[in-house]
Each structure stands twice: as structure tokens, then as C-alpha cells.
Design a protein around this ligand. Structure first.
Ligand SMILES: Cc1ncc(COP(=O)(O)O)c(C=O)c1O
Length: 391
């Protein structure tokens, strides 16, 4: 059976050049970077090289990069670390949005249960946060604003620069989750006006299990990994040297080919949208990714429940049965699907939110992949239409 991978926002294959760069660090250059001997020093040099490449890529200083185990840890670290620092100064209010990834949302909910007030900002029907809403929500107790750069389900690019400016005016630390934007569009921490930024390697053809948190010099953050003095005393634990080296290499490759990748996935997205509209089943769909406000590698549709009722499981497994890997963005709890909080935040009803498909494109995709996925999508929707007609 033909297999097409259209789930690059979930994860990407590791680039062979990244694998080659990492390989010697498993059993040749295997020292502990904290060791003072030659073996340790070699590993330390490799970490610092990766740190330098990453810092350059986001226009930061190497000392502002803290390696972590991935996007989830970076988000947790940023939010808990800044919240705790704020709490000590009598501040206990956080501003975020309703469409954040669970790595942000659930930390905010956790803090809410532990003495913090959290404002979860609405988004417009286009999935964009209004910077004015951020300004209106600020109080004298606000210790953190956290709004994601690019949404992982629908691909909307948030007005980070403007939100950052507002946060600066009030001297409030501003964090952004850039897990879906790093390596895809420009991420320049100075341009974006951010104080903290999270990223992850496995979304950019790097290995799973490594990420970084950028913390602008001068921003105080409480640490919550205690032990050794790694990462300048900010995150204890022996560094994952091969993974960090791989992350550095993945970033180096992104720096070289970002423009090409952008054009490639833009072409694929345009072709898919055109294919869907030309196939004539678009009348049953709602586009959740406004084309002028989203990143090109993400495209999200819902099947409109007011036009046709679909079984959400059958929709997603319909793709899988035909070899096409897509995602629906819904959380699966104890066997039953829950509608995506992001699609609900756009104002869709629960049934429509459940019947959602996210396509996410990557370097290895071809126009044939896209054409096949359109065919499969059309076939699945038609089968729902026929079922309804038979009833
Ligand atoms: C926006 C966003 N934030 C955070 C994460 C979590 O990253 P990781 O898988 O590296 O923990 C993801 C992963 O899907 C994501 O898309």
C-alpha cells in the first residue's frame, strides 16, 4: 500500500546528515561534559558549538540558551520558573491564550489550582489573538504573558512582535512557544520582542528528546531541576550530548535551506487547497487555516456538521487505512475522542471540531503525495455523503 506522511507537525524524520553528526557522540566522543579530562572537554566543546549555532540562528547570545529535553520541558520551565519568580514579588497573574499547546495550557491550569489567576484570551474566528486584549488584561499582579508563535493545529501566526511590545511597556516577561515556527519562518528573538522562547529539535528533522529555552539576559527564572551545575547552574542533569549535537546540525541545515523549504511546502499547500476545491467536496468542509495568516506547512479542515454528520474515528482511520498519515488534533482520553480546544476556540460546534483533519507538509513530500491525499479525502467524504443518502 502507498504510504504518505503528512504529519510533520507531530514529528519529522531525522535528517541523515543529523544522524551522521550525532553518531560519534554515542561511543567515540562519549565523555561527560562536566568532566575536566580530555574526554569530557571534547563533549563540552561539541555542546558549545551547537549552542553557538542555535544562538546565531535566533539572534541571541549563547549564554541565553538552556538545553532541555524538548518543547514540553521548555514551556514548563519558562512558565513555572517565571511564575515562581513573580510569586516571590507578590505577583500571581498570568495571561495566555485559549489555543496554546497543552504544554502551556496545562501548566497554566496547574498554577490556577495553586493560587494563580490566569486569563485565557479568546481568539477571533481566524484563530488570531488580538494584542489589545493582552493590554486590557494586564493588572499590577501580572507576572507573565505567554502566547505561542505558531499554532500547531491550524498554523496561525500570532502577532508576537506587537504583544511583546505591550509586555515591554509594562515590564512583564513575555514567553512564546516557537516549537512550530523555528526553522520554518524567521525566529529572531530581538525582532519578536520576546524574553523567553521554547523550541524542540524533532520538529525540524532533529532527534526527539532535546529542546532549548531561550532566556533573555536579565530575566530572572527560578530553576526546577536541582542537582549539578550544568547549563550555568540553571538546569541540572548531564547533558544529552548526541541529541544536542543533532539539534545544532538540524538548525544549521534549516539556516541553509529555510527559504527553499518554505517555497516547497507553500507550493504543496496551494496544490492541496486547489485540489480540494476542484474536487467539489469542499462544500462539506470548513477551512480552519486562513491562508493569509498561517504558516505554509499546516493546513486544517473540519467537516461541517451542519452539512453532513461524520464519525470522527472513521474520518481519521479512513486516511490511515489508505496509508495517509494525518492528525486530528483531538485528545483521545480513555478511548473516546475529545474535540480540539483550538477548533472549539474558533467558534465551531463540538461535532465539527471532532471531525477535523490536519495535514502538515515536509521536505520529503511530493505533488503526488498531495494529489493522493486529496483523492483519499474526497473518497472518505463521498462515502459519508453516500451513507447519509442511504438512510
Ligand atoms: C506548539 C507546541 N508546543 C510544544 C510541543 C511539545 O514539544 P515536545 O514534543 O518537544 O515536548 C509541541 C509538540 O507537538 C508543539 O507543537
Amino acid at each position: 500500500m502507498r504510504r504518505v506522511y503528512l504529519d510533520h507537525s507531530a514529528t519529522t524524520p531525522v535528517d541523515p546528515a543529523v544522524v551522521s553528526a550525532m553518531t560519534p557522540y554515542f561511543n567515540e566522543i562519549f565523555g561527560n561534559p562536566s568532566s575536566v579530562h580530555q574526554f569530557g572537554r571534547e563533549a563540552k566543546v561539541a555542546i558549545e558549538e551547537a549552542r553557538g549555532k542555535i544562538a546565531d540562528f535566533i539572534n541571541a547570545e549563547p549564554s541565553e540558551i538552556i538545553f532541555t529535553s524538548g518543547g514540553t520541558e521548555s514551556d514548563n520551565f519558562a512558565i513555572l520558573g517565571v511564575a515562581l519568580a513573580g510569586f516571590k514579588r507578590g505577583k500571581n497573574h498570568i495571561i495566555t491564550s485559549k489555543i496554546e499547546h497543552h504544554a502551556v495550557l496545562d501548566v497554566c491550569i496547574y498554577l490556577q489550582k495553586n493560587g494563580f489567576d490566569v486569563t485565557f484570551l479568546e481568539v477571533g474566528s481566524d484563530g488570531i489573538v488580538d494584542p489589545d486584549d493582552v493590554r486590557k488584561s494586564i493588572t499590577s499582579r501580572t507576572c507573565l504573558v505567554t502566547v505561542m508563535h505558531v499554532n500547531n493545529e491550524i498554523g496561525t501566526i500570532q502577532p508576537i512582535q506587537e504583544i511583546g511590545k505591550i509586555a515591554q511597556e509594562y515590564n512583564i516577561p513575555f514567553h512564546t512557544d516557537a516549537v512550530q515556527s523555528l526553522g520554518k519562518i524567521e525566529v529572531d528573538v530581538k525582532n519578536l520582542n520576546v524574553d523567553l522562547l521554547s523550541a524542540s529539535a524533532h520538529k525540524i528533522y532533529g532527534p526527539k528528546g532535546v529542546g532549548f529555552l531561550y532566556v533573555r539576559k536579565g530575566i530572572y527564572i527560578e530553576k526546577f531541576h536541582h542537582g549539578g551545575s550544568q547549563e550555568a547552574g540553571r538546569r541540572a542533569g548531564t547533558e544529552a550530548v548526541p541529541l544536542i549535537v543533532g539539534f545544532g546540525k538540524a538548525v544549521e541545515i534549516c539556516a541553509e535551506r529555510m527559504k527553499y523549504d518554505y517555497e516547497h511546502v507553500s507550493m504543496l499547500k496551494e496544490r492541496m487547497v486547489k485540489g480540494i476545491y476542484e474536487s467539489g467536496f469542499d462544500e462539506f468542509l470548513i477551512l480552519n487555516s486562513p491562508l493569509d495568516k498561517t504558516i505554509p506547512h499546516i493546513l486544517n479542515f473540519s467537516v461541517n456538521s451542519s452539512k453532513i454528520e461524520v464519525d470522527a474515528d472513521a474520518l481519521i482511520y479512513g486516511f490511515d487505512l489508505r496509508g495517509v498519515a494525518v492528525s486530528n488534533g483531538s485528545a483521545c482520553t480513555s478511548g473516546s475522542l475529545k474535540p480540539s480546544h483550538v477548533i472549539l476556540a474558533l467558534g465551531r460546534d463540538e461535532k465539527t471540531a471532532l471531525a477535523t483533519v490536519r495535514f502538515s507538509f515536509g521536505r520529503g513530500n511530493t505533488v503526488d503525495d498531495v494529489d493522493y491525499a486529496v483523492e483519499v479525502f474526497a473518497e472518505i467524504v463521498r462515502s459519508f455523503v453516500e451513507k447519509v443518502a442511504l438512510k
